[in-house]
Each structure stands twice: as C-alpha cells, then as structure tokens.
Design a protein around this ligand. Structure first.
Ligand code: ATP
Ligand code: MG
Length: 320
C-alpha cells in the first residue's frame, strides 16, 4: 500500500487496500477525551462553572478545541454521554426543550376515526420527544448531565435572552401536556453522544406538563466570537477565551493524537504552525494534525509531492 496506489485518475478500476483512519477519524469517536490538552486557565474556568453551577461560555477561533472541551470534562467527571444542541439561525428554545409532531398526531387521530386499528388514540407520548436541553434538565439523574450548546453565536438574536429564563429557573413546561387529560405522560429522551440507538432509553414521566431541574447540568456554550452577547446573558456565564497554544502544548496534543513522539520533521511543522499563528494567520489544530499524519505515515506521499500537499493543508483560513 503506497500513496500512488489509491486513486490514480486513470478511470481504470484496480484492486487496492485503502488506508486505515487516523486515530481521531475512527467512528464512533472516542479518542477526544484522552487527546485533548487544556490550555492555560481552562481547567480553572471549567471548575468555576462546575462549582458555581453556571454555564461556561468558550470563545475562540475555528479549530481551537472549543467543542472538544466538554468531551473531556464529561468523561473525566463521569457525566455520561454528552447531549448536543448545534445552533443555527433557525434554532429555537422550544425545539431544544421538546418536539411535538402535531401532524403525525393528527394523522393518527384521523386514522382512528376512520376505523383503522390504532393502538391508543390518546397516546400523545408517541409524538413527543424531549430535546437536548429538555433532557439535560431532567431531575432523575444522580450526576448532572453534560450539554453542549455549540456555536451559539450563529443563533437568531433573541435566542440567548430566551435561554436566560430557563437556565435561571431550571424549569420548563410542555403546553400540550399541561392541557392533556392525563396528568402523567412518559416522554422519550434525547440521545447523548454514542448512546446505543438500538435500545430504547427509559422514558421520563412528565407530571402536569412541567419539568423542574434539580441539579444544574454542566453546560458548555461555544462561540467563534461572530457577535456580541447581551450583558444580562454574559453575567450569568463563566467566560473563557481560548488562547493560542504554546509549542510545547501543541506538540503534546499532536503526539497524543498520532500516538507517537514526533520525529524532527514533524516537530518542525508544529514550530512553524505556532510561528505563523503568532504572525496573525488563522490556522486550526486539525490542519496541523492532517499535515503531521501525512509526513509521519509510511504510506504518505514523499518529496515534492508531500511538500505541495502540506502547503495545501496548512493554508491560512482567513483572507487568502
Ligand atoms: N488543546 C487541544 N488539545 C488537543 N486537541 C486539540 C486541542 N485544540 C484543538 N484540538 C483538536 O482540534 C480539532 C478541532 O477541535 P474542535 O472541533 O473542538 O474546535 P472548535 O474550536 O470547536 O472549532 P470550530 O469553531 O470550527 O467548531 C479536534 O480534533 C481537537 O481534538
Ligand atoms: Mg466547534
């Protein structure tokens, strides 16, 4: 197996062994908790959030490790599978609390009226599912759940303020259940990272349509700093800005990913990466990981071909 035996661009099918994944591209992902190296001050910021029961707002450049922090914290503190809420401009607070498939429910009621055999017409539970935030606030766990609210700066302008109330009071209502004839309804939970999709999670029994959190979850919110947040939101968070990584820490992080100590030509890439970032270029840790993998792997390209590829992989993310 050599570099030129993969795709050749000839259009001729040929037998070839495809390369194994780098350890950090093996699915399901499991290596992040062990390979993450917290930059200076991060452990204190995490502990402050844990101690004060406040969300941690992490700001930093693309690829600076913001979304990975929670994986290590959840693993180390045994908080269970991380619940993820990935924010886009269309994300809303109700969506993160629970989802109700009203159309599906109406259809099933119509079927029942037409005489078709339907299990339980009144079974609203089948059409409800708690979202990541709704699940994180459930009171029936012994340890707080870990919740990642990723890229909150991409949200609609009102979302951070909408979140405030729920995070302050730790309570939410499901109006469809408040009005429902049954006072107790068992609702499906949101699955966390790596939670087995073949087995049913135990549903949560919501009473009178209201869920009251008992222990504040461990929440990380991430932001690329694309916008300012209102002061009332900021004052309720522990804030941490991802700093630039030192050569030593970055080298440790890369060595943990590639599971070996770096030969001199790979260590030079780390040094050069740090110098370029210090000069103001935007480069992400994953770009460095890609480049290092190419230079240390026996099956990687060599000579000029390798240098050209490294150049492509380590292109400045901003400007050019
Ligand atoms: N301090 C670090 N130690 C080890 N690995 C790191 C570190 N920082 C970043 N990485 C690695 O870099 C990659 C990108 O990290 P991640 O996706 O968490 O960045 P991000 O800040 O969330 O980026 P984006 O803003 O693009 O979402 C991951 O593979 C992560 O393991
Ligand atoms: Mg991220």
């Amino acid at each position: 197996m050599a570099w030129d035996t993969f795709y050749r661009g000839t259009g001729e099918p040929h037998d070839t062994t495809l390369p194994d994944a780098p350890p950090w591209r093996v699915f399901p992902r499991s290596s992040a908790p062990r390979t993450f190296k917290p930059p200076k001050g991060l452990t204190d910021a995490v502990n402050a959030a844990v101690f004060l029961h406040r969300p941690l707002l992490i700001t930093g450049a693309a690829g600076s490790g913001k979304s990975t922090v929670i994986e290590q914290v959840a693993d180390e503190l045994r908080l269970g599978p991380v619940l993820r809420w990935h924010i886009t401009s269309r994300s809303t607070l109700p969506d993160a609390l629970y989802r109700y498939d009203a159309l599906g429910h109406i259809q099933s009621l119509r079927l029942a009226q037409s005489g078709a055999p339907v299990k339980d017409v009144d079974d609203i539970a089948a059409f409800l599912q708690l979202g990541p935030l709704g699940t994180a606030l459930l009171p029936d766990t012994t340890r707080p759940r870990a919740l990642l609210i990723d890229e909150i700066d991409k949200s609609d302008l009102d979302l951070p303020s909408d979140l405030l109330d729920v995070l302050e009071r730790g309570v939410y209502e499901i109006p469809e259940l408040v009005r429902h004839s049954r006072s107790r309804v068992s609702v499906r939970r949101w699955r966390g990272d790596g939670e087995d999709t073949t087995t049913e999670l135990p549903p949560y029994e919501v009473q009178e349509g209201r869920v009251q959190c008992q222990r504040f979850p461990f929440i990380v919110m991430t932001s690329n700093g694309e916008r300012e947040f209102p002061a009332p939101f900021l004052r309720r968070c522990i804030r941490y800005d991802m700093p630039r990584l030192s050569v030593e820490l970055l080298r440790e992080a890369v060595e943990a990913h590639v599971e070996q100590s770096l030969p001199p030509h790979a260590a030079d890439l780390v040094q050069e990466f740090v110098e370029r970032v210090a000069r103001g270029e935007t480069l992400a840790v994953d770009q460095l990981l890609n480049a290092v993998k190419l230079v240390i792997d026996d099956h990687g390209p060599t000579g000029e071909q390798r240098d050209r590829l490294i150049g492509y992989l380590l292109r400045n993310l901003s400007g050019a």
